[in-house]
Design a protein around this ligand. Structure first.
Ligand code: PLP
Length: 313
């Protein structure tokens, strides 16, 4: 372990004093995973945790994973590898663009070896053939799928919400649904989880999440909750699709940040908060409800979106 780096720490939920929530008779709390650590933060830390521990246990000292050029997962894996004293290889979708953007430049500074894969081969990354090729090329590697979406990833996410009992509903943004699966498995009594997919046509995620839950339950891994598994998806707040933004989202984000002094990322958390605030205004939640919104991090990715918005890219 690199002793100069601090280990990620969990902080308790904070109350958000929102007029909209007050008016709706709802208590609103936020869990700031973005504050856990300067670089290994958000849900990505939880998804990495048991992967890192398994690699250590198996004495494999190289992690290999996949992501786009602005990936929060690439960023966190590079930093976590450095923290744990593991070598990291990042397989990046598409061609190399120089100078490196801040995400990749940070990853490289953390010691990650960046390897570019053309988009077509990248699509095949989960096939045995590509995996074999990577193992041939890089020797002994501990492979983590894109976004940390595996059973170790789910297990880590069961640790995201401590003392869950006090909340009725947990809200979070969904990409692959791994985080939602982990949180759902950690819940007790009749609590429910609402996921806000950030991709267009997010309905397809239902089946994926069911499959994630099924394989986790079949794997005999630790389950802290009571397996009641109440979760649902609200697919209306993708704002145009993955990494897309619209004017409404941008002005919501700015206003939210100014009002509550809590930074959001465009790709995930802004969309979820936007959705929740809209639902609150529409009277979606019953009075007396306690809501916990999970800030899953991802702030490092704002640079890429802002470059695009200001036309510098
Ligand atoms: C990756 C990511 C998510 C989505 O997590 P999944 O487990 O893939 O659903 C949500 N928020 C942030 C900030 C992320 O980086």
């Amino acid at each position: 372990m690199n002793e100069n780096l601090v280990f990620p720490v969990h902080n308790p939920p904070q109350k958000i004093n929102s007029q909209i929530a007050l008016y709706a008779g709802i208590e609103l709390y936020i869990l700031r995973l973005d504050l856990m650590h300067p670089s290994v933060n958000g849900n990505k830390w939880f998804k990495l945790k048991y992967n890192l521990l398994e690699a250590q246990e198996k004495q494999i000292n190289t992690l290999l994973t996949f992501g786009g050029a602005y990936s929060n997962h690439i960023f966190a894996t590079a930093a976590a590898g450095n923290l744990f004293g593991l070598k990291t290889i990042g397989i990046i979708r598409g061609e190399e663009i120089l100078p490196l953007n801040p995400t990749l430049s940070f990853a490289q500074q953390q010691g990650m070896e960046l390897v570019y894969l053309d988009r077509k081969t990248y699509q095949q990354k989960n096939t045995k053939a590509v995996e074999e090729e990577l193992r041939q090329r890089f020797g002994e590697i501990f492979l983590i799928p894109e976004g940390g979406c595996n059973l170790n990833g789910i297990r880590g996410c069961t640790e995201i919400i401590p003392n869950t009992e006090q909340f009725d509903t947990i809200c979070l943004a969904c990409g692959t649904g791994t985080t939602l699966a982990g949180i759902t498995l950690s819940l007790k009594r009749e609590q429910r989880v609402i996921g806000f997919p950030v991709l267009k046509n997010g309905d397809f995620l239902r089946l994926e999440i069911e499959n994630l839950l099924k394989s986790y339950l079949a794997s005999n891994r630790y389950i802290p909750g009571d397996k009641s598994l109440f979760w649902e998806l609200i697919c209306d707040y993708h704002c145009g699709g993955y990494a897309k933004v619209n004017d409404e989202l941008c002005s919501f984000k700015q206003q939210f940040e100014e009002t509550y002094n809590i930074p959001l990322d465009y790709v995930y958390t802004a969309k979820m908060f936007y959705g929740v605030m809209d639902l609150l205004q529409k009277g979606y939640f019953s009075k007396g409800h306690k809501l916990l919104l999970v800030h899953t991090g991802g702030l490092q990715g704002n640079y890429g979106i802002e470059q695009r918005l200001t036309g510098n890219n």
